[in-house]
Ligand binder design. Structure first.
Ligand code: SF4
Ligand code: SF4
Length: 269
């Protein structure tokens, strides 16, 4: 009887995995404003009202132009959005913001209002990893937030395994290293050893502001200001922490499996 009830219950509930990316993406929570946008044309010289409100010095004022806003250091607190009297910094509501190159996270120059989204791996790596990517996660001084959102991707609602992406326990079985945390000095050796233990070819994914730049801990003598100081990073996923949708979008772009935000492409053969 119990088994019958269980089967009936499962049939009634149907498939609980979201349709994304072949269907609509789930909405971001109200408090999550999405990626930032900087409109240089609205930013007059000498204003600078956004600079002192930023808790991580993510906004600087280069000599040549208005501002440079580094999404790799940003906590997405929106204090700068509220402080700007000219609406030069706005929230887009867009979950997509993963990039391949660190410099692509810096906004503010004309033509660089928003991030340039991540390009796919080259053909050989796409062929290797496009249908099957095994990831080893190292929390290098992480606070648990990024780790929790990575964990969410394994739940039934997200079902990361349907894309052939799985987390594994041993670096010997891994194709990719996922780094969270600012890389505290006492985790530096563990991170390097994990990287060294992984077979070639291999990739690195930095998840969250801490792993990209050190985040609010940048410059502290006990941290290394992010993963790139220890291992070569192939994908930077901003956020503090990044929304699971931002992480999934970045992974699928890296594997060349998103033609646009709605359509899943067949994996490379
Ligand atoms: S949203 Fe980002 S750039 Fe703006 S004040 Fe907060 S941390 Fe700084
Ligand atoms: S972004 Fe806004 S607050 Fe910051 S310098 Fe430009 S106009 Fe001023």
């Amino acid at each position: 009887m119990f088994v019958f009830d269980t089967i009936t219950h499962r049939l009634r509930r149907g498939c609980e995995t979201m349709a994304y990316p072949n269907g609509p993406a789930p909405a971001l929570p109200d408090r999550h404003g999405g990626a930032l946008r900087v409109d240089a044309a609205k930013c007059p010289d000498g204003c600078a009202e956004c600079l002192p409100v930023c808790p991580t010095v993510a906004i600087t004022q280069p000599a040549s132009r208005g501002i440079a806003l580094d999404l790799g250091r940003c906590l997405f607190c929106a204090a700068c959005v509220e402080a700007c009297p000219h609406s030069a910094i706005t929230q887009t509501g867009d979950y997509r913001m993963a990039v391949r190159r660190r410099e692509d996270l810096v906004l503010g120059e004309p033509g660089r209002e928003q991030v340039r989204l991540a390009a796919a791996l080259d053909g050989k790596l796409r062929k290797l990893f496009g249908r099957s990517l095994r990831l080893r996660q190292v929390s290098a001084g992480g606070n648990g937030a990024e780790e929790a959102d990575l964990n969410v991707l394994g739940t039934i609602g997200w079902d990361l395994g349907r894309f052939g992406i799985q987390f594994v326990a041993s670096p010997r079985h891994a194709d990719g290293l996922v780094v969270t945390g600012p890389v505290s000095r006492n985790m530096e050796l563990a991170l390097k050893k994990t990287w060294d233990a992984m077979p070639e070819p291999k990739i690195v994914i930095a998840v969250g502001a801490d792993a990209i730049s050190g985040g609010p801990f940048a410059g502290h003598p006990e941290v290394r200001d992010g993963a790139a100081s220890v291992v070569p990073v192939d994908l930077f996923i901003p956020g503090w922490p990044p929304h699971p949708l931002t992480i999934l979008d970045g992974l699928l772009r890296l594997l060349g499996r998103l033609e646009d935000e709605r359509r899943l492409t067949p994996p490379a053969r």
